[in-house]
Design a protein around this ligand. Structure first.
Ligand SMILES: C[S@@+](CC[C@H](N)C(=O)[O-])C[C@H]1O[C@@H](n2cnc3c(N)ncnc32)[C@H](O)[C@@H]1O
Length: 194
């Protein structure tokens, strides 16, 4: 069975451009067959980006883990952050690079299974995480984020209530200093941990 996070070269190509407007910041990204949220911006991702609060992007480094086709990392790059974007799906890496290049934006996009190829530390780690990979890998991505944060660094996530947001928040409280759900809409929860 193929999931959006598996690499599958046999899928027919169907590249679509998705235009985005978040707080009057306009940009686009590309999707294709075999990727998450084909042909559109995921509602949860949009809620996460509209909720995300930040200061002084020019001085800050951000990791978009599980970047998919890049809607989060491209936005952050446009805001002026120094951005790393990672995914296990090679197609999403190429689509993210294409959209960044065309819009003359810079980000370091590379393949990494969770933190396998990530050695840096960040001020923000932000993700619409891959719930379907199972609890073990999901928790590796979310709990090990702490090891890659600078002092007072923040983790921002969007998770559906029905996909276990409440128990995730409880478990995150064992690892992080503060964990709060700071926005909720249509069953999606935006979680911020410090
Ligand atoms: C829910 S999607 C979000 C994609 C994109 N950030 C967005 O908001 O549209 C989760 C992404 O995590 C990626 N992923 C799955 N397993 C992963 C892993 N072990 N390490 C890193 N990324 C992974 C998937 O390929 C997918 O692109």
């Amino acid at each position: 069975m193929n999931h959006y996070f598996t690499n599958n070269d046999k899928l027919k190509e169907n590249i679509q451009k998705v235009n985005v407007d978040i707080h009057s910041i306009n940009y686009y990204f590309y999707t294709d067959n075999g990727v998450f949220s084909k042909g559109e911006l995921d509602f949860g991702t949009e809620l996460l980006l509209k909720t995300f609060k930040y200061t002084y992007p020019q001085d800050k480094k951000v990791l978009d883990i599980g970047c998919g086709c890049g809607p989060i990392g491209i936005y952050l790059s446009k805001l002026g952050f120094t951005v790393d974007m990672t995914d296990v799906n090679e197609k999403t890496i190429n689509l993210s690079k294409k959209a960044l290049n065309e819009q003359m934006l810079k980000a370091n996009v590379f393949k990494s299974d969770a933190y396998e190829n990530i050695n840096d530390r960040y001020d923000y780690i932000i993700s619409n995480p891959p719930i379907r990979v199972g609890k073990e890998k999901l928790y590796e991505i979310i709990m090990d984020a702490k090891k890659h944060l600078n002092e007072n660094g923040e983790v921002w996530l969007v998770v559906r209530k029905k996909q276990g947001a409440d128990s995730l928040v409880r478990d995150m409280k064992d690892i992080y200093k503060t964990v709060n759900v700071i926005n909720k809409k249509k069953g999606f929860c935006v979680i911020k941990a410090v």
